[in-house]
Design a protein around this ligand. Structure first.
Ligand SMILES: Cc1cc2nc3c(=O)[nH]c(=O)nc-3n(C[C@H](O)[C@H](O)[C@H](O)COP(=O)(O)OP(=O)(O)OC[C@H]3O[C@@H](n4cnc5c(N)ncnc54)[C@H](O)[C@@H]3O)c2cc1C
Length: 437
């Protein structure tokens, strides 16, 4: 059901959202039954699993993706759709990777920042994926201290020759781009993008399928069998492979001995309004994606059919919120008073995987079983970057994989019980700091 209690079409088995109700096509892959043999078995049909499958299939490998629910069922099909140049854990990465990369670390991170954009643009063009892909972001400041942060990003962009893509705006400059008086400035970035993530994920799955990949839905992997020829096992079937990639992010309970305590769920809520008609052009005439500089931020954009899609806050208890529309309506009306009382047509929430130091976690569980997870709310571009890195690693080019795998992560003892309270405490601390900034 959506917030107006209208039935959600077309996918009864898909978690309800605006995205599920505006699919180009629904996936209908079979359940895994019997025995299958491939080069690489991938667990998880989100961006990480599907993007890696495309990369590997393009390199000529036989791949199978196994998904508990539907392709794009998890965060990949329910997120804000913002393709940002932020890797989330940049600063922690810079510190840790300096050990392996030395002076090259800054160039490495700068290159990675934009690699996901290139992969997504190339893939959308190559496979003709209709996903409302558009350019343009505003990173907005709500107080002067935020402007220092934006100024530093702007200066780096200029140093790196990206001056044509970025503009620093004052309050009047923002007002010319957005129908909101909330901001004292912003960084406009026309390299960043936004899109319909579920249509992208399904389009990529179809591309992988056309390249020969096998995809199975409604097939939960219950066990990974390690050995010279590893296998993934579901209730009804088994896939033997030369290599296995675990790409279930925060949604699986596999391999607890090694993975427990490394990644934690945070629930994010999103709503979409009814179509806004002419008001859409008044509040966001340039169709930009917007996100602010706070630790716990609001983010929004227009959908292809002129609704406001608005996300904000995050619940670090790991539990779902029941009244997302009730929580986000005041934020919408504070940003755009002209939308007071606007009908909310859809509301949903979803878990994202949070890593304590925010560095994506790449590693090996045994000689030929890999994992890749944890983009801490910045996964649209990052999952595509990691898909490329994992495909390179699985086919023998370990350079970038090794750089990530060498990063140290905090493993919270009694992770399932203590992880979320620790996250919640950490976020509370950062929100306190935020008030003092
Ligand atoms: C509300 C929200 C808003 C967000 N907004 C943005 C944004 O605007 N920009 C951005 O960059 N990032 C955003 N993110 C983060 C981004 O969506 C995620 O980082 C990214 O989609 C993670 O991709 P994934 O493939 O690793 O995981 P998922 O998309 O979660 O996919 C994992 C899949 O694995 C499957 N699975 C798990 N266990 C098993 C098993 N045992 N057997 C078979 N299958 C299994 C699950 O069913 C699931 O479909 C947001 C996240 C949320 C929740």
């Amino acid at each position: 059901m959506n917030a107006s209690n209208q039935p959600v079409e077309p996918a009864a088995v898909r978690a309800p959202s605006y995205y599920a109700a505006s699919l180009n096509f629904e996936s209908d892959y079979p359940t895994l039954q019997g025995s299958v043999s491939v080069d690489v078995a991938i667990i998880g049909g989100g961006f990480t699993g599907i993007a890696t499958a495309v990369e590997l299939a393009e390199r000529g490998l036989k791949v199978a993706v196994v998904e508990t629910h539907k392709v794009g069922w998890g965060a990949s099909g329910r997120n804000g759709g913002q393709v940002t140049g932020s890797l989330s854990g940049d600063e922690a990465m810079r510190k840790q990777m300096r050990n392996t990369l030395g002076e090259e670390v800054d160039d490495f991170i700068w290159h990675l920042r934009w690699r996901g954009h290139e992969i997504i643009k190339r893939r959308v063009a190559r496979y003709g994926i209709a996903c409302d892909l558009k350019h343009g972001h505003l990173h907005t400041a709500m107080k002067t201290s935020h402007m220092y942060e934006l100024q530093a990003t702007y200066d780096e962009a200029l140093r790196r020759g990206m001056g044509d893509d970025v503009t620093l705006l004052d309050a009047a400059g923002v007002r010319a781009q957005l129908g909101s008086d909330l901001y004292c400035g912003a960084l406009k970035n026309t390299r960043n993008m936004h899109l319909h993530p579920l249509n992208l994920c399904l389009g990529e799955a179809r591309a992988a399928e056309h390249l020969g990949a096998l995809i199975f839905e409604h097939s939960e992997v219950l066990e990974i069998v390690h050995g010279p020829r590893p296998a993934v096992v579901t209730t009804g079937g088994r896939i033997e492979a030369k290599q296995v990639l675990l790409a279930g992010d925060v949604y699986h309970k596999l391999e607890r001995r090694q993975l427990k305590g490394l990644i934690f769920p945070a629930m994010g809520g999103i709503v979409t309004t009814a179509p806004l008609g002419e008001l859409a052009g008044e509040i966001n005439p340039q169709d930009l994606a917007v996100y602010d500089c706070r630790f716990v931020l609001d983010y929004y954009r227009l959908t292809g059919d002129g609704r406001l899609l608005f996300g904000g806050g995050a619940n670090y208890s790991g539990r779902d919120s029941r009244d997302i529309a009730g929580e986000l309506r005041p934020c919408i009306e504070r940003t755009f008073p002209q939308l007071k009382g606007v009908p909310i047509d859809f509301q949903w929430s979803c878990a994202m995987g949070i890593v304590m130091n925010r560095i994506p976690q790449l590693g090996k569980l045994s000689g030929n079983v890999w994992y890749c997870q944890g983009y801490s709310g910045h996964g649209v571009a990052t999952s595509h970057i990691m898909g490329e890195i994992m495909a390179k690693a699985i086919t023998g080019d370990l350079e970038q994989f090794d750089t990530f795998a060498a990063c140290k992560h905090i493993k919270v003892p009694l992770g399932d019980q203590l992880g979320n309270p620790m996250l919640a405490a950490g976020m509370w601390y950062y929100q306190m700091l935020e008030k003092l900034r």
